[in-house]
Design a binder for this molecule. Structure first.
Ligand code: BES
Ligand code: ZN
Ligand code: ZN
Length: 485
């Protein structure tokens, strides 16, 4: 699908408007206004958010009207853009004109209207058909009726890059484990982020041993696939400025290891690298849009398999900072690979560290697929995160992290255990474990995306029903932007 700006003839006109306000619809032709009012009177459509009206006129163009209600948010516009594309594709339209005049006439800023519509549309256009022998080939040309000038072109470019980055992250998550191995993930990062000037380095197994990342190494030993430690370095700011670190769990397949997971649903554990995927996507967007800030992306990547050299329950390993860990459940492996990554991130002397991980099933139980839970003890960081998420439209919710959770992670035979004594508050005890590997004075926040990284398409029109969502790419981008001078 291609989106361009300006006026062009198309087979369908998509009108995104409030409808519920008096000023609405007055940019439309009288006959169209009459048909809409008639449909409202006949109760074919209500004046409330999320409603959509298809007016097939018999002669071109057809019209499709989206009602956004009166309380507008960028996210509602994104949804309209996405629903429009879903409609166009399922009805096999080849061209469409999106009319945003109603929004603009009612005082919605042009960047919000344009960016959100385009973002929703481009996100909805994603399909994962790499492994299908017959690929659907549908050419769709969409124009948005804003005049083309420097600022509108910039808004559109911003939306295109964010959607491209997010859709790439979806692709990484949807790819099967036998293809998206740790070395493949490193290759994808190096090609995708390398293409926009990010310096990408991937340490192999020997280097990981040399770098004393025994906690990451241990998780990889049950697999015949070698681990990778992926470092993406983007210097958009002053060379002397401290960087911001983004860390993501890159577990390309989580079988549970010796503490094997049950069979049902195990196929979904290919998405256990979505935190790492989000970091790769965010690094791309940050670099392509040339944010004036230094950012280091860090992705420990490995499989978790029950091979003969795998970690055994009770094994003890030391992380890069010397802290020893009793591995009492090999399925709690995300925290083990993040431990070394967080130590490495701390060594970069960053302004702040943010990590994203599909870390715990407990997170899904707590918040379902509506909110990403985040943990931080730093109030300034919590405010920054909420502000960034309100721009991206991705919903976040702060979860508690206190000393009691840390106490639960003390080991019997080593400094720490990777398994809390109780399943209760499993996301918080996991976060408490991670905290031990972040240097004391560095602001840090952890995002548990187990519930939001997969299968949120029932809730969001711009995600597929079953598949990766690309969550956190756009929020990480907004967080990085918040550090720009
Ligand atoms: N990758 C899983 C967490 C997960 C579960 C993500 C379901 C997405 C959906 C993680 O490695 C894991 O297995 N965690 C365990 C930890 C437990 C053994 C302490 C869990 O949540 O059950
Ligand atoms: Zn696991
Ligand atoms: Zn896992």
């Amino acid at each position: 699908m291609k989106i361009s700006l300006g006026d062009k003839k198309a087979s369908v006109q998509i009108i995104v408007d409030f409808v519920s306000t008096d000023k609405s619809l007055n940019s439309l032709s009288k006959s169209l206004q009459n048909s809409i009012h008639k449909s409202i009177k006949e109760k074919r459509i209500k004046k409330e958010a999320g409603q959509c009206l298809h007016l097939a006129s018999g002669k071109s163009p057809d019209n499709l009207v989206f009602f956004l209600g009166s309380e507008l948010s960028k996210e509602k516009i994104r949804h309209a853009g996405a629903k429009a594309i879903n409609f166009l594709k399922s009805n096999k339209y080849s061209s469409a004109q999106i009319n945003l005049s109603g929004l603009l006439n009612n005082g919605v800023p042009e960047d919000d209207a344009l960016c959100a519509t385009a973002e929703g549309a481009l996100l909805a256009d994603y399909e994962f058909n790499k492994f299908k022998s017959k690929k659907s080939e549908q050419n769709l040309n969409v124009t948005i009726n804003s005049p083309k000038n420097k600022s509108t072109s910039n808004f559109l470019k911003m939306a295109e890059v964010l959607a491209e980055a997010t859709n790439f992250t979806k692709y990484l998550g949807d790819s099967p484990g036998n293809f998206m191995t740790p070395s493949q993930l490193a290759k994808e990062a190096s090609e995708f982020c390398g293409s926009v000037g990010v310096k990408v380095t991937a340490w192999n197994k020997n280097q990981i041993i040399k770098e004393k990342m025994d906690s990451l190494l241990g998780v990889s030993l049950g697999s015949s696939e070698e681990p990778r430690f992926i470092i993406m370095d983007y210097k958009g700011g002053n060379p002397k400025d401290q960087p911001v670190c983004l860390v993501g769990k890159g577990l390309t397949f989580d079988s549970g290891g010796i503490s094997l997971k049950p069979g049902a649903g195990m196929e979904e554990m290919k998405y256990d690298m979505c935190g790492g995927g989000a970091v790769i996507g965010a690094m791309y967007a940050i670099a392509k849009l040339k944010l004036p800030v230094n950012v280091i992306g860090i992705v420990p990547a490995t499989e978790n398999m029950p091979g003969p050299s795998a970690n055994k329950p009770g094994d003890i390993r030391a992380a890069r900072n010397g802290i020893t860990i009793e591995i009492n459940n090999t399925d709690a492996e995300g925290r083990l690979i993040l431990a070394d990554a967080l130590v490495y991130a701390s060594e970069q002397k960053p302004k702040a560290i943010f990590d994203a991980a599909t870390l715990t099933g407990a997170m899904m139980i707590a918040l379902g697929n509506t909110h990403t839970g985040f943990f931080t003890r730093n109030p300034e960081l919590a405010d920054r995160i909420r502000a960034a998420a309100s721009l991206s439209g991705e919903q976040v919710w702060q979860m508690p992290l206190v000393d009691e959770h840390c106490k639960d992670m003390k080991g019997t035979f080593a400094d720490l255990t990777n398994l809390a004594p109780s399943k209760n508050a499993g996301s918080a005890t996991a976060a408490a474990f991670l905290e031990s590997f972040v240097e004391k004075n560095i602001p840090w926040a952890h995002f548990d995306i187990a519930g939001t990284a997969w299968s949120v398409g029932s809730r969001l029109p711009y995600c597929t029903a079953k598949g990766a969502s690309g969550v956190m790419v756009r929020t990480f981008f907004e967080i990085a932007k918040s550090y720009c001078a």
